[in-house]
Design a protein around this ligand. Sequence first.
Ligand code: DHB
Length: 495
Amino acid sequence: MKLFRASVTLLAVSSALLSSCTMMSKPDTLKFDPTKYTSGTTTVNGKTYKYRAYTVVYVANPVDSKYQSMNIYVPEEYFAGGSVGSYNAQSAPIFLPNQVGGYMPGEPGDITKPPMGGSADTPNAMQVALSRGYVVASPGARGRTNKDASGQFYGKAPAAIVDLKAAVSYLHYNDAAMPGNAERIVSNGTSAGGALSALLGATGDNKDYAPYLKALGAAPASDAIYAVSAYCPITNLDHADAAYEWEFNGVNDYQKLQITQDTSYQMQRTLVNGTLTTDQIAVSDALKPQFTPYLNSLNLKNGDQALTLDAQGNGTFKTYMASWIQKSAQRALDAGADLSKVSYLTIQNGKVTGVDFDAYAKGIGRMKTPPAFDGLSLENGENTLFGTSSVDARHFTAYGTQNSKVAATTADPQTVKLMNPMDYISAPDTRTAPYWRIRVGTADKDTSHAISAVLATKLTNTGHDVDYWLPWNVPHSGDYDLTELFDWMDKVVAK
Ligand code: DHB
């Protein structure tokens, strides 16, 4: 492994030679073995589905094979020349859900487990996928808290995205040997997992990740995917603090979610109420105006209209954000919701005619204290995402670095870039996924709605097919509309 690692720094030609020697002398552990399976059944809406289950380690040199492995579930029909719906062993799309939350390590998805927060008889996304004829491949990924026996961290950025890419390469590498069509991989994730799903879709085959993939012994094949499903992506972290204050500046009461572990290591989630201090209000006031130059630098458009902001944070982009809330409210109203008590909406004769965006932010409320992500005392999960093998937490914005309250270092710009899909959409030599579905509830306050909107709009403006929607009153969550999600997938994979 040491020798292989060292080869990364050698000339490309010698490292290629070295790795091909390694391939020749060792059995190819990355080859899919169709005989190594267990059989299982799963019940969705009263109907039972039979599958074959595989667990594979998707890199040749795993750092932690618990996380760098993938559970694969294949409809039994595909081993007997059969079909499920309109799919067969050759055409079946591959559903690739990651299980990452909070940028923590995520284990490969287990089809037998109920969905997060759901009851045992609510089918999870993998069950629904299987019932609809998809091959399911759910990779694990390292995360920010992974630590080895010597105290070294091994899941800091960009580990999680490198792992997901390696899993995709495994699927392309084995496309001929495995049921399912690796040209139709659809990734899915929620929150940090939604961010990674988007990042996977934005960065297909980009060479920035190549040295990391090589060090892990990833399969020599494409890491591009066909489509992205992302629920409430906690992404664009280097601009998320400013975006948060653009949305929530002036909202000084907050309800913060505190995640701790109890004595038996169970996650405890508690809501803590508070009011911003004078210092925190000053931080909010300093961060909010940083969003305007960033937003304007993106040169986004809604049709022919340029989306911009002025120094006060007002302008066509803000009106555009309000229009997404308005459309969401209209759909809820049409479906029979009583919105008469929603004070930030103007409703006339069954039509939502206005949204006061500032009042909306106040209405949903602030969840995070400023800076929302790059904590000035390195106290946030994102600080630890950007740590190193020996440093648990670092800053990753200029503001955090300049205003740090603790002795701290700052992540290098390249590592921050490797985690931001905005930097890779339609970049040269990059296969950005052509199809996207992005969902963020109107009641979500884990990151600014501007973050998903700029992602969706940049994708649309660069010619990608984007289904973006803010479901009414839905909080920070995912997989809540699986029928619609798979209807969308069925539609886009047919293109
Ligand atoms: C997640 C939520 C957050 O608020 C955040 O900052 C990072 C990750 C999550 O649920 O994955």
